[in-house]
Design a protein around this ligand. Sequence first.
Ligand code: GLA
Length: 552
Amino acid sequence: MSCFRPLELPRAGQRRKTVKKICLIVAVVWCALLSFTAFVPFRELSLDTRLPSLGPQSPVPAVHALDDGLALTPPMGWYPWNIFGEEPQNEKLIKEIVDALVSSGLKDAGYAFVGPDEGICFYRQADGRLTTNLERYPSGLRGLGDYIHKKGLKYALYTDAGTRTCSTAMPGTKDHELEDMRQFAEWRADYIKIDWCNTEGQDIVKTYTTLHDAQHAAGRPVVHSLCSWGDGYPWRWAVAVGHLWRTTTDICAPGEADWARAIRIAWANEKLSAFAGPGHWNDPDMMIAGMPGMSETQDRTFFSFWCLMAAPLIAGNDLRSMSEATKKTLTNLEAIAINQDPLGIQGKVIWADGTISLWGGKPLFDGSQAILVFNQGRHEAKKQIEWPEIGLDAAASCYVRNVWTQETSGPLTGGVTVSVAPDGVAMLRVSTKNDFPLPPIIVADSYLVSLRSTGSAPQKLSGAITITNKGSAELPLWKVGEGLPAWLSVEVTKTGKSQKFTSTVSTAGLKKGLYHAVVRADNTEPVSGKPMSALYYDVDLEVARDVSGQSR
Ligand code: GLA
């Protein structure tokens, strides 16, 4: 069953609804819009496109971003919806994709979050608890999570804030917020996308706040992805309760890319640039690069936009069968570096003449900046970009790195001339130095340490994971957070760009049972001094028999 809803339709109205229901929903949406006057000082909603329009940029409201250290750069990963929809999703498929993430090099380029979207993966039992759909996911959702963690990836799951998910095939979280978030924590989810279908009559701010509080109470650090397609203007308030929020309708129907729609979404999303920043991102939806219907040029252009707009880089193509060209595009570290920049500034349009547009406003951590020139015309275009157009002195002497040709030119004064193919972009990094360092791109060999003690005599058991920076710098030593349980200690050692976390458990005095801890570590990007996303991993200890001795 397809969950696609066209851009032109109000999204709160779901599929298969009667005219009466649509009228009711329009009325509810209208009331919701009115009730948001307090948040949105000026707006014009174009109902034919349903793309956000804010009028003059207004400042981010004085609400506090989350202090969990999560998603301080845009999340990267893969979600099944764009290519598969719900029908083919099952454990075998997700595991194949996980394996392809690793073997294709996407993992080494920073893609980490992966899991089923609306893949009919759980039911609600009579006692109210969620339970895995074992027909589709025979290892259970916890088993799938462990598989993902052991591959050095992070586990993403999906649910809905209303009574049912969009297809209505899965239960929503309404009235079960705390128990569901506890269940997601038990399954070891690191990322939860929460949709906004079947929420008639629900207050959006209250609902997502309840869900955030429930996630917090469940005690597991989770990237919270709000998916209301821009309904309720989440960019105005969701910084306090989530890490990213969808800004527009679905980017395509499952299975086929829609280039024109994607470009309209890019133009809509850029207007919200003032609202994005470390830990809170505008999400113009999962990527369509590599999907049927996209040319190589369009793939690169699409990816360039998502990188420049600091959008979450959630791939949506079939990783098992992607072409070399798509792989090269999705793993271009120079483009990813712009997306993962520690300053976390969302780029935007500088000027547009109807055919050519210049996008920029994206200073980077090393003092350079990223720009792109987009050609929406039918013919190759040649354009001179003058330095003052991108905030530089006309007399400045700069080096220009072309992110796609990977050539550097310069020093140049006055500006730079680019040739851009139809549907194409020139994406450039401009710097006064002939040096274009990459910010941190963190890759783990595993996010799970599993240990098992055997006898009743005290034992010390250790397991290690290695964290590597694929960016340019050797990072300072990661600092392990406080509050580890008495049975666990963690030591970090460094060899160049890799750091080894050795987790040692001491079983003295422990009773038979299962023990679990989440280790947090923090770091700072050395060039900008900005905090990096916190690193979290799980330690599981199984104590097979009561152990003698004093617990530490
Ligand atoms: C909504 C979301 C999509 C996808 C589907 C699943 O349409 O916007 O990204 O999760 O639901 O039904």
